[in-house]
Design a protein around this ligand. Structure first.
Ligand code: N01
Length: 540
């Protein structure tokens, strides 16, 4: 750690000590940490009309967290964990939103959040160590620190479909679902079968007059095991929260179940099938992938065994063999795991049909719907894009962020998004990202807490030292990129096309965007960096 010897005082030179961008899980906690715990003056800007981030925008039918609800929360507010009541294993969108609103109220945060305001630019003045930010409401503010909690899955991806402007029905992206849009009794089409699309299919199949699913790549989907939680289970969870969070923080994916270390091929075929069946019955995608055996995401044979088990379930569940064939994936089981209730079963309903876009791509939209290559016109009242996001760096590239020497973040990331520890970028002092590129691949709330606490620690180091700035070195950032690449290459994840590596966006450079060695290992790394005097950072 390098330090400038003469302390400087910057408080008077900026409107706020810190600006937080976004009021989702990350921004809310950052505001709480910096204002309520470090005593800084903070202004948060939120483009939405309320708090919640992902849980504010994603109101599509079926939207819910697919990680067990009791660990899809903050761990810091222990009292609220004791008071909070819930009814089902997974938390529906409206309940997570209500939870976040409650956190904001309990910690008196709303008075420092400016809603309906998007930050458009942020530029660093390296002579005065101050960031200047402009908003779409025409305001300009200055701050010594910027915490950007933009959300890794917030920049929407829309497929380019010829003639879409001709469509006379309703077009909607799942993450911009209007509160008053009902699909009940309507002819609905959905493009995309990721975590979002499959959740939507389960819900929409129950209420739409007809649902046409446009699938590009078949997915491995396991049951979520959702259902009611009784009072005894809730009491047991509440009494055990300290141990639960400790387990989450030291685990790989942070989802609250015991992860397996047993190699899949070390047991007999019969035992393997028994374990997969048990995981299938218990439900949860992360649990199926990381809790059944320890090497499904890394060993090709183990992966194929898990994949084949799921394929056998598709054959068993889906009655029409042609639909089952289209739904059966042939690639590796190495995307962010998906689970929900009744996905494959939905295709047995008379009101659901499946179109394989690999076999019959959409050629154009018409006034009435979309036409596929086989000449069929699919008539629709509502066309839903469950087509995902320009993930991780996409939301940053929409903003004009300039660091030292006027370098833009787009220029800095020309060869692929990078950071030091998912938080800091060389040449962008005092800018801290929550879930920036190369953050831990895990359940997001504990990942977010880890990073926000780290950011607060870094800010405190600057404040306590009477210093002006903290900045990652280029060497540290490059070394972290190599580490993340190595952790990814150890797994099978880079071998399939998914948003995790930017493969879903045409023209986007394929880069590793996560640290794959787990949340526990990521937290160890942060402790090592602290113990080594903030190694990889320059404090001035
Ligand atoms: O997005 P996705 P998502 N033409 O990118 C298809 C989190 N999440 O919103 O596979 C046709 O995964 C695309 O097809 P293909 C979670 O981390 C969490 O579903 O690229 N199709 C795919 O089927 C998740 O991983 C929860 O061939 C096109 C789909 O659209 C992440 O968000 C709930 C297309 C996009 O899938 C993203 O999930 C929901 C095109 N041009 C989401 N472009 C929780 O429960 C894309 N597709 C917490």
């Amino acid at each position: 750690m390098k330090q400038r010897s003469s302390p400087v005082t910057h408080k008077a030179e900026a409107d706020f000590d810190a600006v937080v961008i976004g009021a989702g899980f990350g921004g809310i906690y950052a505001l709480h940490k910096l204002r309520n715990e470090l005593g800084l003056t903070v202004r948060a800007f939120e483009k939405g009309g309320g708090v919640g981030g992902t849980w504010y925008w994603n109101r599509y039918p079926g939207a819910m967290s697919d990680v067990d609800g009791h660990v899809y929360k903050y761990s810091f507010d222990k009292e609220l964990l004791q008071e909070w009541d819930w009814h089902t294993r997974y938390t529906p969108q409206a309940e997570t939103l209500a939870y976040l609103e409650t956190v904001v109220e309990r910690h008196d945060l709303a008075r420092d959040i400016q809603f309906d305001t998007a930050v458009e630019s942020a530029a660093y003045d390296e002579f005065h160590d101050v960031w200047t930010l402009t908003t779409d409401t025409g305001e300009t503010v200055t701050a010594r620190y910027v915490v950007s909690a933009l959300g890794p899955l917030s920049s929407r991806n829309f497929p380019d479909i010829k003639g879409l402007d001709r469509f006379e029905g309703t077009l909607v992206h799942t993450s911009a679902w209007p509160e008053d849009l009902s699909i009940d009794g309507k002819r609905v089409g959905v493009i995309g079968t990721g975590s979002t699309g499959t959740q939507f299919v389960c819900a929409a199949s129950q209420t739409a007059a007809h649902l046409t699913v446009f699938q590009r790549t078949a997915q491995y989907v396991v049951p979520s095991g959702n259902g009611p939680v009784d009072e005894a289970e809730k009491a047991a969870i509440r009494a055990d929260y300290d141990r639960i969070w400790e387990q989450v923080r030291t685990s790989r994916v942070g989802c609250g179940f015991e992860e397996s270390d047993v190699p899949a091929m070390s047991v007999s075929e019969e035992e393997r099938r028994r374990v997969f069946q048990e995981a299938w019955d218990l439900g949860n995608g992360f649990r199926f992938m990381f809790g059944s055996f320890g090497d499904i995401a890394v060993d090709p044979d183990a992966n194929e065994a898990a994949a084949e088990f799921i394929r056998s379930k598709i054959r068993e569940i889906v009655k029409d063999p042609e639909t089952a064939r289209k739904l059966t994936p042939s690639d590796l089981y190495a995307k962010r795991p998906i689970c929900n209730q009744g996905y494959y079963e939905a295709y047995n309903r008379d009101n659901v049909s499946l179109v394989s876009l690999r076999e019959t791509p959409i050629v154009e939209a018409t006034a009435k719907g979309v036409v596929t290559e086989d000449g069929v016109e699919h008539e629709l009242d509502v066309l839903v894009f469950a087509t995902g996001f320009d993930a991780v760096d996409g939301s940053y590239k929409q903003m004009d962020i300039r660091g030292r020497g006027g370098e833009t973040i787009r220029e800095h990331w020309e060869d692929g998004a990078s950071s030091y520890l998912g938080v800091s970028v060389a040449g962008f002092p005092n800018l801290f990202m929550v879930l920036g590129p190369n953050s831990a691949f895990s359940n997001l709330p504990p990942g977010i807490e880890t990073q926000v606490e780290w950011i607060a620690e870094l800010v405190k180091a600057v404040e306590d030292g009477g210093l002006a700035s903290i900045e990652a070195t280029r060497e540290a950032e490059d070394a972290w990129s190599v580490t993340c690449q190595e952790t990814a290459d150890y797994t099978l994840f880079p071998k399939v096309e998914s948003w995790i590596f930017g493969a879903n966006i045409p023209g986007k450079k394929r880069t590793t965007m996560f640290y794959f060695a787990g949340l526990g290992s990521f937290r160890d790394k942060l402790r090592e960096v602290t113990a080594a005097g903030y190694e990889g950072y320059v404090l001035r």
